[in-house]
Design a protein around this ligand. Structure first.
Ligand SMILES: Cc1cc2nc3c(=O)[nH]c(=O)nc-3n(C[C@H](O)[C@H](O)[C@H](O)COP(=O)(O)O)c2cc1C
Length: 187
């Protein structure tokens, strides 16, 4: 079973997009699709970026832990809210922190918002940054509209059937890329 890292990007007080991260954690585990490391940027509480990990003389244990979990993951799901049409600073903070760890890493992006469009405008800027750093962005979308209504605080969807159906299509693309990567000995 592959290991998938889920990055929960929002560090906002009273955040709601974390529900989507919790949903994917449960979804992957309950369906025996992957083992999961939930990388919660709120809990990591990283200082604002001042240098890349490979240039740091004494990286903190938290930074090393984050880098290790990205390295060992076969694939990554990034759950990000949309803030003013872009992705949050907390996420850019960790994109810039690493380098080789992102190389050819299959990454699927799940977006979230409290509105009807599900935070999809984030894709333009986030896909570009991840492409630029050499990650392998999976051509799949998981928009999360009205996150505060669609999932409860533990990430359980109100309409399980509809949400699971969309998750399946999204996760299948990530798993396909993970398998393809293995065949090319990326991992
Ligand atoms: C600074 C800020 C900017 C926002 N900008 C957008 C936006 O551009 N589009 C949108 O659909 N929602 C926007 N929202 C609403 C968010 O979608 C909503 O607050 C959502 O719950 C954010 O995820 P979070 O709760 O995990 O932080 C914004 C919220 C904040 C706090």
């Amino acid at each position: 079973m592959p290991n998938i890292a889920i990055i929960s990007s929002s560090v906002r007080i009273g955040r709601n997009s974390h529900r989507v991260a919790l949903f994917f954690q449960t979804y992957l585990q309950q369906n025996d699709l992957a083992t999961v490391d939930l990388l919660d940027l709120y809990l990591y509480n990283f200082p604002i970026f001042d240098e890349r990990l490979r240039m740091m003389k004494e990286p903190s244990p938290e930074i090393l832990d984050f880098a290790y979990k990205i390295t060992k993951a076969y694939g990554v799901i990034i759950v990000t809210p949309e803030y003013n049409g872009g992705y949050p600073a907390s996420l850019k903070n960790v994109v810039d922190l690493l380098y080789a760890e992102w190389k050819r890493k299959p990454i699927a992006i799940a977006t979230a918002s409290n509105g009807q469009f599900g935070g999809t405008q984030v894709m333009t800027s986030l896909v570009f940054s991840l492409w630029k750093i050499g990650a392998w962005v999976v051509p799949a979308m998981y928009p999360g509209p009205k996150v505060q209504e669609v999932y409860d605080e533990k990430g359980v969807p109100v309409d399980k059937e509809e949400v699971n159906k969309r998750a399946r299509v999204f996760v299948d693309e990530l798993l396909w890329c993970i398998e393809a990567g293995k065949k090319m000995a990326i991992k």
